[in-house]
Design a protein around this ligand. Structure first.
Ligand SMILES: [Mn+2]
Length: 367
């Protein structure tokens, strides 16, 4: 199972060692490895999300708390490849973290004894760190929950592919590090970071990946003192009022194309100007009309302007289930006919036409 298989890279002709995407260590083993390192660097995927931030911050706090209270040798810091979510500062707090902006070189001064990677095992997601990591692969350890990855990144791998969030195995590692029996006994600031990962990777406990194990950990973290309403507000209630003024305009513009079971919304340049909303503030509007039972496909067309003049950005979503005997709408195909693309359920296109003409073209393209 763990025997490396040499494979020939067809592109370069190099013989690379390919290892299986399987675990080679357990949570106790990772805690023991952490304890043996004097300095640790915690890394996660570029453009970190709640699980990436929560897992690294929780580990850094547990490692540094242990050092403070027991005189253990390990000290940890986190590096993140930007862009960062808006709320990241709140969750990072005063935990030692460095944000590496796009195209900025990796800081050379810090040469950690151990490198711990969480929430990814793919070179593609670690690209900003690749040059730094490649000569140091014998020092790396990885904790991930994804179904695939590049196993050669770490010989010590904990791959909990049944976990909804990587903070689930990470919570166990934190318990081993701090010598507590279960996550309800973790310090609140560590439990809070873990909860951010658990709640965001499950869509606030509503995705299909929610199971008893998720809810048991959630319960234990709440017992540890997590303020979940404060976290929800931090993560999901940060909109500006201008977004709602713009949303009202979008909803008011909605036309229903009954024979195509489609809802189409439009936003003009004036709508942004008059409401004071920024272009990015229309994100997610396209999801709203999907709550209408008879709607199978939703589009939002946004008028924009660049140096070549006015154009229209189209964003499309479709529901996954068949409806009234009809298969779901493949919006990727629809967008292909408009010069764009994406996925079967979510796709987009940029049309070099004014809003009204682009709308007519889209209606024509819908099945
Ligand atoms: Mn994750």
């Amino acid at each position: 199972m763990l025997t490396p298989t040499p494979v020939r890279n067809q592109m370069s002709g190099d013989v690379a060692v390919q290892t299986d995407w399987t675990s080679t260590i357990d949570t106790k083993g990772i805690a023991d490895w952490i304890n043996a390192q004097s300095t640790l660097l915690l890394l996660t995927h570029a453009k970190p999300d709640g699980d990436a931030l929560g897992s690294t911050i929780a580990l850094a706090r547990a490692i540094n708390l242990k050092r403070e209270t027991t005189g253990a040798v390990s000290a940890a810091e986190c590096w993140y490849a930007a862009p960062m979510p808006e709320w990241s500062k709140t969750i990072i707090g005063n935990t030692k973290a460095r944000i590496i902006e796009d195209h900025q070189p990796i800081p050379g001064a810090f040469d950690p004894e151990g490198i711990l990677i969480t929430d990814t095992g793919s070179w593609s997601q670690l690209a900003p760190f690749a040059a730094f990591l490649k000569p140091r692969l014998e020092r790396t350890t990885m904790i991930d929950h994804h179904l695939q990855g590049d196993a050669e990144i770490a010989t010590r791998r904990l791959l909990d592919t049944n976990a909804a969030a990587v903070v689930q195995p990470v919570a166990e590692v934190c318990c081993h590090l701090l010598g507590v029996e279960n996550p309800s006994q973790l310090p609140t600031d560590i439990a809070t970071a873990l909860y951010v990962g658990l709640a965001t990777d499950t869509g606030w406990f509503k995705h299909s990946n929610v199971d008893g194990r998720v809810m048991r950990l959630a319960g234990q973290l709440l017992d540890a003192g997590v303020n979940h309403t404060k976290l929800f507000a931090m993560l999901y209630q940060r909109d500006r009022a201008t977004r709602f003024k713009l949303m009202a305009r979008a909803l008011e513009s909605m036309q229903l194309i009954h024979d195509k079971h489609a809802a189409i919304m439009t936003l003009k340049l004036e709508d942004f100007k008059e409401t004071g909303a920024a272009p990015g503030e229309s994100g997610g509007f396209v999801d709203i009309p999907q709550s209408v039972a008879s709607i199978r496909v939703v589009a939002i067309l946004t008028e924009q302007k660049d140096s070549d003049g006015v154009f229209t950005k189209v964003s499309l979503r479709s529901k996954p289930d068949e409806w009234d005997g009809k298969p779901p709408v493949d919006v990727n195909q629809v967008c292909n006919t408009l010069g764009g693309g994406g996925h079967a359920r979510a796709a987009g296109a940029k049309i070099r036409l004014p809003l009204e003409e682009a709308t007519l073209k889209l209606i024509e393209a819908l099945p």
